[in-house]
Write a protein that binds this ligand. Structure first.
Ligand code: F6P
Length: 559
């Protein structure tokens, strides 16, 4: 029986000597340019990159020097990050406002490890749950699992939203090279009926398996889609077919059973798995359906490798800590308001969308851990699209817009296709973009180009300022040797731990999400009016006006 994990003190970051030193450091540092840092030290890359067996993280194109890293390490010490990290991995109740541990790391911990929640080692039940999931996946992929008419399953539909969709969907896309040919995996998240309707046109009820993925099993969007899918299936195959075509992934077993899913087909997890960190739990089963159980295990192993890195490495060599500090440095000192994440790999096209929930639902908070309103910036807006597509869309703003936006570039060294002439171009663009952001293009350089082309001064001087790039825009580059379940697991876990560290830097509770409640409550109040076709008289004039417009154009008549 393990002892209760005692949480360390919640040190206010702004009151630490390291924070004050960072304030002074920034005053000096803001006079520096990235290009000057590179000019002053030809080996700058050596000092400001990290390498592991599967990846390299280059953070040399950031406004940092040795002193910055020294102060970062001091900041971590003064915030007692070490103790917080121990509490995080050991099942301390760090999600205080919901009274929960935060233990997605236990889902990928070695079977021999011990992690206690309320005095119980949770690892055996994690292993047991995995065994059941493995059995499920193998029975579907082997063809043993039969639909109500005796057909094998060739279509799996994950119905879920937020954390019950974004993580598995992103991973299934990313691991497309590993997809099996036995089942097609689809995801439906939006309550907008177009999504489900469109899918239902294409699939065959007799060979489809619906996975209702919802931690709470009460989420309006998921329950609506689940019920519609159920009605659609029952209409074709009858009520008794539900058992063969629906399974649930949830912590709310009674609710799933109420829906009509047999207990043996409800695959559970626990309240200490946060929705946005749940892809390692039963919620990730669609990944195994799309690929194989072994791929899913390798994904977990990759994440476990990053957990070990995060636990063991010194602050200055600790990837998630560096990522967290770089983000904090820009947001809270340089005053940036957004962070772009640009994967130069089409398979990672859902990665930024996934991270938006991970980072913004976690650290988009305005009250600190003592309940006080915060008067400093917390989580920036996270956004991004794959390169090179983004280059032809929003990169103009990254290069010449008025806001400096730090970028995380993610690249994959080895392609897993055999089309000639693509991958070098992709990587050339990746390398060029971070260099262009950093280096810029001076007035002199632009002028020299005009002169070299023989353009007269009176013909170029009005265009010249528009062709200048200020440069000095920071970025980090993450290179994976290849994109496989192991490396993807490491990448995701690195960002998860970045979120944890930034929560300590910002002194916020990262693992609740009360901010999503109000909209849900108001939707609940508004829905009856829409269903009845009668404007809710309690609303504000804007909401009433919008509702009236909806009614008018639905042909429902006047108020
Ligand atoms: O609305 C926010 C949220 O609670 C997320 O945190 C969560 O991932 C999502 O809804 C879905 O919740 P559930 O898995 O309970 O349906």
């Amino acid at each position: 029986m393990a002892e209760k994990v005692i949480l360390p003190a919640k040190v206010v970051p702004h009151n630490t000597p390291a924070y004050q030193a960072l304030v002074n450091h920034y005053q000096w540092f803001k006079q520096q340019s990235l290009q000057k840092l590179f000019d002053a030290d030809e080996t700058r890359f050596e000092a400001f990159h990290l390498k592991d067996s599967d990846w390299l993280f280059d953070f040399s194109k950031n406004h940092l020097n040795e002193e910055s890293l020294h102060l970062m390490a001091q900041f971590c010490e003064e915030l007692e990050l070490n103790q917080w990290r121990e509490a995080y991995f050991a099942g301390g109740i760090i999600n205080e406002t919901e009274g929960r541990a935060v233990l997605h790391t236990a889902l990928r911990a070695k079977a021999s490890s011990e992690v206690f929640v309320a005095g119980e080692n949770v690892i055996p039940k994690v292993q047991e749950a995995k065994k059941a999931l493995k059995g499920l996946v193998e029975s579907v992929l082997s063809g043993d699992w039969k639909g109500a008419t005796g057909k094998t399953i060739d279509t799996v539909v994950n119905i879920g939203i937020g954390g019950s969709d974004l993580g598995p969907r992103m991973v299934v896309e990313a691991l497309q090279v590993y997809q099996n040919k036995k089942v097609n995996t689809h995801f439906v998240s939006n309550v907008d009926g177009h999504e489900l309707w469109h899918l239902l046109q294409k699939i065959n009820a007799a060979s489809s398996l619906f996975i209702i993925a919802s931690k709470s099993f009460t989420t309006q969007e998921t329950m609506t889609n689940a019920q519609t899918a159920r009605n659609w299936l029952v209409k074709q195959l009858g009520e008794e077919a539900v058992g063969n075509h629906f399974i649930a992934l949830s912590t709310n077993i009674p609710k799933a059973m109420e829906f009509g899913i047999e207990e043996k087909n409800v695959f559970g997890f626990w309240d200490w798995v946060g929705g946005r960190f749940s892809l390692w739990s039963a919620i990730g089963v669609s990944i195994a359906f799309a690929t194989s159980w072994s791929c899913f295990e390798q994904l977990l192993e990759g994440a476990q490798k990053m957990d070990a890195h995060f636990k063991e490495k010194d602050w200055k060599e600790n990837l998630p800590v560096l990522m967290a500090f770089i983000g904090y440095w820009y947001r809270n000192f340089h005053g940036t308001s957004s962070q772009a994440v640009i994967p130069y790999d089409q398979r990672l096209h859902r990665f930024s969308a996934y991270l938006q929930q991970g980072e913004m639902e976690s650290n988009g908070k305005g009250v600190d851990r003592s309940g006080k309103t915060i008067d400093y910036p917390t989580c920036p807006v996270i956004w991004g699209e794959p390169g090179t597509n983004g280059q032809h869309a929003f990169f103009q703003l990254l290069h010449q817009g008025t806001d400096a936006i730090p970028v995380d570039f993610i690249g994959v060294v080895q392609a897993q296709h055999n089309l000639e002439g693509h991958h070098d171009k992709l990587l050339a663009n990746l390398l060029a973009q971070s260099r262009a952001l950093m280096k810029g293009k001076t007035v002199e350089a632009v002028e020299a180009e005009f002169i070299a082309k023989g353009v007269a001064k009176e013909d170029y001087e009005h265009i010249l300022p528009h062709k200048v790039f200020l440069g000095n825009r920071p970025s980090s580059t993450f290179l994976l040797q290849s994109l496989n379940p192991q490396t993807l697991g490491q990448l995701i876990a690195a960002y998860e731990h970045k979120i944890f560290v930034q929560g300590i830097f910002w002194n916020v509770f990262s693992y609740d999400q009360w901010g999503v409640q109000l909209g849900k409550e108001l939707a609940g109040e508004i829905l009856p009016s829409l269903e009845k076709g009668a404007v809710n008289t309690n609303g504000d004039s804007s909401t009433k006006g919008l509702m009236q417009y909806i009614f008018d154009h639905q042909g429902r008549g006047a108020l």
